[in-house]
Ligand binder design. Structure first.
Ligand code: PLP
Length: 439
């Protein structure tokens, strides 16, 4: 019996032995195409020698130093590189070990900023339904995934949740996409006014919704209106790019495609590309300088913030992502993946929507395409699909979300950026085998 406390204690995974390019191998030598990067992590595939060598060099010189005593060159260089390529407002980088930690830091940074400018009454956070921001208590509280929140609800701070931007399900027939986006963005203004504008601290959202909806981008104009509303009421805009950032959608930061700059932005997953656990919270010069010139001390921290070895991995990854050609490849291959999925599943009676941006693509399953009826949750569709895909040698990310209080099923694909056409054909063909088994 395994003494590892696996999340799913009755269905233990095989032991992984080796990673090479787009494939992972178990101890029996079975190959799995890593079609979701785990959970959108392994953006550069497995066994990348440049990243591995960068880590080895750092281990040889200084594996770890606590940032309370010593900084490190990889952290300095990585922060410089991220700021150089980030949306213009983002000027400083606070390193953490993963996505949930990045979100916690973002929330505390927002709160401390208002305390330091003498607006300590601002403590309310607005987020969106059908969102995911992590599993620690603060991040879980802002998240809008009801299934994940339910049993921990008594431990969670009170957060307002407005509707997501989810055109496939919620746009009215008489609306254009743009009008729909403005209508749902305006829910933020209504909620700010309801709570009292001087009480609200921040609004948090994923630019492209990952884990709870399966790669749902917003419609044109939505985030511009959100930015405008935040500016009107002095509310900080936090964009959570933990899943959709680091080139995944075809630009280093997903916010670039919305043509807006957030006040705070969280990244993780693709930042370390699976080679090291690392995340980061980027913030504006205004927030940083307020704290620098105020208390001078961000009252938050973990032992491993700015871990030198993790930063050396992040640096090697971001160097690759920004060296030219990579994000363009992501855009081109992303379109190809959407086209291949359309060819294979475009007429499938149980596939309601195929969407995404870059190599961040989702497919939503329905019982009935016309009415968009959700699949009966008793069928445990997403876990059966995950198992069938795994059998077929494909790691993908099927999930059950919540749609208007009901269950919804989708699959997320986030193949490595090194994927070529034949790789994408393999992903779609293996997914088709799995879907045939479960529908
Ligand atoms: N934020 C978003 C948008 C995510 O998708 C996730 C994880 O899926 C997180 C935060 C939490 O990241 P982690 O699992 O690294 O703590």
């Amino acid at each position: 019996m395994s003494h590892v406390f696996h999340r799913n204690s009755n269905n233990l995974p095989p032991i992984g032995m080796k990673g090479d390019g787009v494939y992972l191998y178990d101890t029996d030598g079975k190959a799995y195409f890593d079609g979701s990067g785990g959970a959108a992590v392994s953006c550069l595939g497995h066994g990348d020698q440049d990243i591995i060598n960068a880590i080895k060099r750092q281990l040889d010189s200084m594996a770890f130093a606590h940032t309370g005593f010593l900084g490190s060159q990889p952290a300095e260089d990585l922060a410089d590189l991220l700021v150089k390529h980030a949306p213009e407002s983002l000027e400083h980088v606070y390193f953490v070990s993963g996505g949930s930690e990045a979100v916690e830091a973002a929330l505390k940074l927002a709160r401390q900023y208002f305390v330091e400018i003498g607006q300590s009454q601002r403590s309310k956070i607005i987020a969106r339904r059908q969102s995911y921001h992590g599993n620690t208590l603060g991040a879980l509280a802002v998240g809008g995934n009801e299934w994940r929140r339910a049993q921990f609800a008594p431990l969670l701070i009170d957060v307002s949740h407005i509707g997501p931007c989810y055109e496939y399900r919620n746009r009215r027939a008489e609306e254009t996409s743009f009008e729909y986006g403005q209508r749902v963005a305006n829910e933020l203004e209504e909620e700010i006014l309801r709570l009292g504008p001087d009480q609200v601290m921040a609004f948090i959202a994923e630019p492209v919704v990952g884990a709870t909806m399966g790669a749902v981008p917003s419609v044109e104009g939505y985030f511009k209106r959100i930015r405008e509303i935040c500016d009107t009421y002095g509310v900080l805009l936090i964009l959570d790019e933990v899943m959709c950032g680091m080139g995944r959608t075809g630009t280093l930061f997903a916010a670039e495609q919305e043509e807006i700059s957030p006040d705070i932005c969280t990244i993780a997953k693709g930042l370390g590309a699976g080679y090291q656990p690392i995340g980061a919270t980027l913030c504006s010069g205004e927030i940083f300088n307020t704290i620098k010139n105020g208390s001078g001390f961000f009252q938050h921290g973990h032992t491993y913030i700015g871990h030198p070895t993790a930063c050396s991995a992040g640096l090697a990854v971001v160097q690759k992502l920004t060296q030219g050609g990579v994000v363009e490849h992501v855009t081109a291959k992303g379109q190809q993946l959407l086209d291949l999925l359309q060819q294979e599943f475009g007429r499938h009676p149980n596939v309601g929507d195929i969407r995404g941006r870059g190599l961040f693509v989702g497919m939503e399953f329905v019982a009935d395409r016309g009415r968009k009826a959700v699949i009966d949750p008793c069928h445990k569709f997403n876990s059966r699909l995950k198992a069938a895909a795994f059998d077929a040698g494909l790691i993908c990310y099927p999930m059950g979300g919540t749609i208007d209080g009901r269950h919804g099923d989708h699959v997320l694909l986030a193949p490595p950026f090194i994927s070529e056409t034949h790789h994408l054909e393999e992903v779609v063909s293996k997914l088709a085998t799995a879907v045939r088994k479960v529908t």
